[in-house]
Write a protein that binds this ligand. Structure first.
Ligand SMILES: [Zn+2]
Length: 187
């Protein structure tokens, strides 16, 4: 399937119907050559969660749907309009894995491109380290087919479907299982 960026499929101006739509890359907007209206195309905000069990293994989910169907992912999803990132990660964890977050800390952000119905969407995944005291309620739901615990050193990046999530997993794998050089000093 061919993939197109929004700027390649957007043919008509929603205001005046003109076909003179131009992509202004420098200002990240589609501009109508007729009525001069601008339509900004920015990254969609999303969240992902890092959750460890008592053995230090991370929860990965298996995607039920495309893109990257059946491949590994981290729990999370798109932030709803008007929602905070923290609310989104709590909501997604409840929907996808039926768990409640007891504490969370911001980890970092990772840009991604997300192919859906032939269109490439730009996203920014905000990642949180989440502490879940009670994992006994774990149950896959929503767009998650299954879940699996993986020790950071056993992460296989090729099994992870989305670029941003693969980058996060590679970073964690390197951090927790660095190439053998010298031992870290303890403070
Ligand atoms: Zn127009």
């Amino acid at each position: 399937m061919d993939a197109f960026y929004p700027s390649q499929v957007w043919k008509y101006c929603p205001y005046c119907g003109s076909q003179k739509m131009e992509w202004k890359g420098g200002t990240h907007c589609m501009c109508c050559g007729n009525c001069k209206q601008r339509f900004f195309i920015n990254a969609s905000a999303a969240v992902a969660a890092l959750i460890e069990n008592e053995k230090g293994e991370l929860i990965f989910t298996r995607r039920k749907n495309d893109p990257a169907k059946n491949m590994l992912d981290l729990p999370g999803g798109f932030i709803d309009l008007g929602e905070t990132a923290e609310e989104a990660v709590r909501r997604e964890l409840k929907e996808e894995l039926n768990v409640d977050i007891d504490d969370l800390n911001y980890f970092g952000s990772f840009p991604n491109r997300y192919l859906y119905d032939g269109i490439v969407y730009f996203t920014l995944d905000m990642v949180f380290r989440c502490r879940v005291n009670n994992l006994s309620t774990l149950q896959a739901g929503d767009d998650v087919g299954d879940y699996v615990f993986i020790a950071p050193k056993n992460i296989i990046p090729e099994e992870i479907g989305l670029d941003s999530i693969r980058s996060i997993a590679q970073m964690i794998k390197l951090k927790e299982d660095p190439p053998k050089q010298k031992k870290e000093d303890t403070v």
